[in-house]
Ligand binder design. Structure first.
Ligand SMILES: [Zn+2]
Length: 56
């Protein structure tokens, strides 16, 4: 399992994500970024998320 804390990239955001693998977390984060932050997930965002994934 992998976890990611959105606040590590977007200061102040309290959302945390848990997924079975990298792709699962990235899909959830991509949707959250679009819906809650108005961000279009691009290469930089994906890289920022990948660098901060933790094993759970
Ligand atoms: Zn967020």
């Amino acid at each position: 399992m992998k976890t990611f804390r959105c606040g590590d990239v977007v200061p102040g955001c309290l959302r945390e994500f848990v997924g079975r693998d990298r792709e699962d977390v990235l899909a959830q984060v991509g949707e959250h970024a679009r819906r809650d932050h108005g961000l279009q997930p691009d290469e930089d965002l994906v890289r920022a998320v990948e660098e901060r994934l933790r094993d759970a």
